[in-house]
Design a binder for this molecule. Structure first.
Ligand SMILES: O=C(O)C1=C[C@@H](OP(=O)(O)O)[C@@H](O)[C@H](O)C1
Ligand SMILES: C=C(OP(=O)(O)O)C(=O)O
Length: 414
């Protein structure tokens, strides 16, 4: 689907969808409890729907108490032999270890960009933990047959944190205690979100410097009332719209959150925007923007929002961490470079792990999302400052994380 995004100013207040990272973790934890948990403020995007499908397939009994509240009777009892994780990287790397708690074979399968994302990091550690694994040369589909038994294992954390998240949530239910030795962990705030979720379900895990995790086995996930907070990755796009084209208040987000993408506020301040933090909202106002430096290694999902910010800033911004972008929904560094070039914005990715963006006047153009929700949103935000409309091919991809994005942006644009 093509979408036309127009130039304009923005002013208004928006509430982003709930954090899909927290929602997926809370759904997984509710499955692992033998009791009833209640998840509130849960709205559905494609990725949270994938996680819901997985927990139902693995045995959870889910009742919709109201449009945003689910009551979940947990308990692993696989009803199918195949799990459809849709296009969600997290659901894949989270539910593969969870499925490995079962003694029946389960195939994990996905679609589209997920089929090109590496899954090899899961194979050896799962085998060492007693799981029989069949894979497709390091890609989906993957078949696991547990039960995973715990023990001591080395894990490569340098491509993604998501498999560690899956192990951290699955292994408290294993028969033995586990020590994970993690090498080169990236996206570490996402591991804090996992530990936070586990703790809220009464599960104990200790860790040292994201290098060693100790997970006692045979633990009990207790019944929990879990309110899902607003999504900082979605908020980041809206706040950049405020910084570049007017003023935006985002409700239901707090700087006290453990979400990685709270870091957008640091980038906004460095770029010269006015950022007003309140206990349950953030307001960003436009000011003349200057080039900034920022390391996004641990918050890779911010890159597309940062690109729209840097494109509107005076000078050359330097954003570190591009090597983290190769294996997202598309190669996001290349996609940002190529699509922003169509707008007349120069993006240099020639130096390893670094992106340089020279701010300037964006021009109308026909662009592509590369099937990537964050690219579609980034281009729509960049369009606010363009001299004419930008067409975004593949705009429906926003459904992966923020189905109402275009309506929300239109609501505050004038
Ligand atoms: O655990 C999570 O919720 C996520 C972790 C990050 O992935 P990586 O650990 O692969 O960087 C992030 O990019 C992804 O959107 C969500
Ligand atoms: C990369 C993302 O998600 P996932 O890895 O869960 O597919 C994302 O939401 O930008």
């Amino acid at each position: 689907m093509d979408k036309t995004a127009g130039p304009g100013r923005v002013k208004g207040t928006l509430t982003p969808p709930c954090s899909k990272s927290y929602a997926q973790r809370a759904l997984a934890a509710a499955l692992l409890s033998e009791e009833v948990s209640v998840l509130r403020n849960l709205e559905f995007c494609d990725d949270t729907r994938s996680a819901l499908r997985c927990i139902e397939a693995l045995g959870a009994r889910v009742r919709q108490a109201d449009p945003t509240t689910l009551s979940i009777q947990g308990g692993l009892d696989p009803r199918v032999s195949r799990l459809d994780v849709g296009e969600s990287g997290l659901a894949t790397r989270l539910f593969t270890p969870l499925a490995s708690l079962c003694s029946t074979p389960i195939v994990i399968e996905g679609r589209d960009s997920l089929l090109r994302r590496p899954m090899g990091m899961m194979l050896e550690p799962l085998r060492r933990l007693g799981v029989t694994v069949r894979d497709n040369d390091g890609y989906l589909p993957v078949e696991v047959r547990g039960p995973i038994r715990g023990g001591e294992v080395e894990v490569d954390g340098s491509v993604s944190s998501q498999f560690i998240t899956g192990l951290l949530l699955a292994l408290p239910k294993a028969g033995q205690d586990t020590t994970l030795h993690v090498h080169g962990a990236v996206s570490t705030p996402y591991l804090d979100m996992t530990l936070d979720t586990a703790a809220r379900f009464g599960v104990e895990i200790s860790q040292r410097d994201y290098e060693e995790f100790y997970i006692p086995g045979r633990q009990h996930y207790r019944s929990t009332y879990f309110s899902i907070e607003g999504d900082w990755s979605a908020a980041a796009m809206l706040l950049v719209a405020g910084a570049t084209a007017g003023e935006v208040t985002v409700r239901n987000v707090s700087m006290l959150s453990k979400q990685a993408d709270t870091a957008i506020c640091t980038a906004l301040v460095r770029a010269g925007a006015a950022v007003i933090n309140e206990p349950e909202s953030v307001t960003v106002q436009h000011r003349p923007l200057r080039a900034f430096e920022f390391d996004a290694t641990n918050c890779p999902d911010l890159f597309p929002a940062l690109a729209a910010l840097a494109a509107a800033a005076d000078g050359v911004s330097e954003i570190r961490g591009t090597s983290r972008l190769e294996y997202k929904e598309c190669n996001r560094a290349e996609a940002i470079r190529d699509e922003y070039a169509k707008l007349g914005i120069e993006v240099d990715t020639s130096e390893e792990d670094l992106m340089r963006i020279r701010g300037g006047q964006a021009h109308g153009a026909h662009t592509r999302s590369h099937g990537d929700h964050r690219m579609a949103m980034s281009l729509a935000v960049a369009a606010l400052r363009a001299d004419s409309e930008i067409t975004i091919e593949g705009a429906e991809s926003v459904a992966k994380s923020y189905p109402g994005f275009f309506e929300d942006l239109e609501h505050i644009r004038y």
